[in-house]
Design a protein around this ligand. Structure first.
Ligand code: C2E
Ligand code: MG
Ligand code: MG
Ligand code: MG
Length: 282
């Protein structure tokens, strides 16, 4: 086809390139106003304790409901929010709203629930981030033990020196720290030895085929055992089947999060979910 077009590659590639740019530009300008226009919403996915069957807490997951009626998943807009620094105001809003919802849950009779919030690399690099956490805890009145901050393994290894001091400050406040997407990075063992963290979130890629693939099962088992030896607890992510649940129970995994025990839901749905599970238990 190069010949047909007289070898003029620019004519071939320019339209595709610019339409991608236009798409990105549109998303960027939309995202710039999403917060003030009230288009951002939070979902909550239950985390269930495997030893008691009780609801431990929920992870906060961000959604963007655009004016044309579409819901955009975080995988599509968080990277752009990072690149444009919009993640700073958006992340602050997520933290505040999540803690406000948690206060509602506490008042509805769930005093020991833990709300987990994802913290992006750029937020984590801000020197005043611990101050923000203290302020949000003060303003919302929830206890530090009600809040868990999730940092990905990838974010944590970018600058170990910074991570050690930042996590140290956060641990001092009394909040919990979870290492997200654990196991797919490179320096896993050293990471857990060096960083002050409480929870390891086992990456869903090991859970997906753990029943059929003995390698994945072996990795999941090793991460759980190693974490326990280091005094950390483990939450397995992406649990979709009863078989996976039973296997993780055998491996003495502490908590699970996944479609099997509950998809991401609204705050009201989460309260109903909690009450329903509690009534099964009693
Ligand atoms: P993550 O923190 O690892 O969150 C778990 C993701 O796995 C969520 O995707 C959740 O819906 C999905 N998931 C949960 N259970 C299952 C399951 O059983 N099967 C499958 N296939 N998937 C499951 P989601 O909501 O699309 O979020 C994707 C990522 O976006 C998150 O990964 C997190 O890194 C990021 N993210 C979400 N909300 C925020 C936020 O408020 N701030 C920041 N910085 N990042 C966020
Ligand atoms: Mg997470
Ligand atoms: Mg994860
Ligand atoms: Mg992830």
């Amino acid at each position: 086809h190069t010949k047909e077009n007289g070898g003029n590659r620019l004519e071939i590639y320019t339209p595709a390139l610019s339409s991608k740019r236009v798409e990105r530009f549109n998303m960027e300008s939309g995202l710039r106003y999403a917060l003030e226009r009230g288009e951002l919403a939070l979902n909550f996915q239950p985390q269930v304790s495997l030893s008691t069957g009780k609801v431990h807490g929920a992870e906060t997951l961000l959604r963007w409901n655009t004016p044309d009626g579409k819901t955009i998943q975080p995988g599509e807009f968080i990277p752009l929010a990072e690149e444009t620094s919009l993640i700073i105001p958006i992340g602050q809003w997520v933290l505040e709203q999540a803690c406000l919802e948690c206060r509602r849950w506490i008042r509805a009779g769930m005093p020991s629930l833990v709300i987990s919030v994802n913290i992006s690399a750029l937020q984590f690099q801000q020197e005043n981030f611990p101050e923000l956490v203290r302020k949000v805890l003060r303003d919302t009145g929830i206890e530090p033990f009600n809040l868990c901050l999730e940092i990905t393994e990838h974010t944590a290894v970018q600058n170990m020196e910074h991570s050690i001091s930042m996590l140290g400050e956060l641990v001092e406040i009394g909040v919990k720290i979870a290492i997200d997407d654990f196991g797919i990075g490179q320096s896993s063992l050293l990471l857990l030895k060096k960083l002050p963290v409480h929870i390891v979130k086992l990456d869903p890629s090991f859970i997906l085929n753990m029943i059929e693939d003995s390698d994945d099962d072996a990795i999941a088992k090793a991460i759980i055992e190693m974490s326990h030896s280091l005094g950390l607890s483990v939450t397995a992510e992406g649990v979709e089947t009863e078989g996976q649940l039973h296997r993780l129970q055998q491996l003495q995994c502490d908590r699970i999060q996944g479609f099997f025990t509950g998809r991401p839901m609204t705050s009201d749905q989460f309260i109903a979910y909690f009450l329903e599970i509690s009534s099964w238990m009693s």
